[in-house]
Ligand binder design. Sequence first.
Ligand code: 48F
Length: 260
Amino acid sequence: MLDETIITKAIIESYTQDLINNLHTDVIIAGAGPAGLVASKFLADAGLKTIIFERKLSIGGGMLGGGMMFNKIVVQTEAKRILDIYDIKLKEIEKGYFVADAIESVGKLTAGAIDAGVKIFNLISVEDVKIDGDFRITGAVINWTAVGMAKLHVDPLTFESRCVIDATGHDLEVVNVALRKIPNSKIDTPTGEIMGELSMNAEIGEKILLETTKEVYPGLYVAGMAANACSGGQRMGPIFGGMLLSGEKVANLIINKFKR
Ligand code: 48F
């Protein structure tokens, strides 16, 4: 005889415990696209407590849809070694161009993060940042995505971390809100402002992404498409090597900084 209230209690208790256990972490990542997922695994592998807040029900961001809903992704030689870590099957269709199944890729990147100890909270949006007295970013302010969608007047909750990664893709949501709300703030871009992404050029966009992936404001890093949207880099479409390498790079920047 199954008792529905025991099922309910199991879910409420277990989820609440997860929230409480993660009130203080090393790294909060906004966005569970490919860049956020890869960053999270490398950070957790290095022993840093890492959580991801993902706005949507689904994990994987723009990777799930491949290119124009053909659910395949392409990676170049430089990034193949990252997909190999996750045992994602690849087929070389032309020299230096590897194609993978988008759903297998998202599934294995997600499993890799979770197995490394990352906690992923879906259906939650980062809507603001927490700042200290010197305006350094020290956490994320979150709310149910559904609250935002319904435009309900409900206050958010706050989670604390040593730094935050904006991996929200084209929308660059966390940097946008931080700059809007922190007085006289400048970020580490050529203009000191958000420069916006440029139109498609896969070759340049992928290369420049490794330069635009960085700490743009004290305590706030950008990775993936958000990094190019921040510093005026080109978009690159359904080639995903840069996203994976950007995730690895931002993780290494944080690991090295925290080691010091
Ligand atoms: O867009 P997304 O996949 O970003 P990415 O990891 O990868 C970019 C590629 O998918 C593609 C591309 C490839 O060449 O250009 O666009 O940089 O994943 C971003 C995730 O962040 C979530 C969003 O739902 C998506 O899953 N997201 C966006 N805003 C928020 C958020 C927010 N405020 N809070 C939490 N999650």
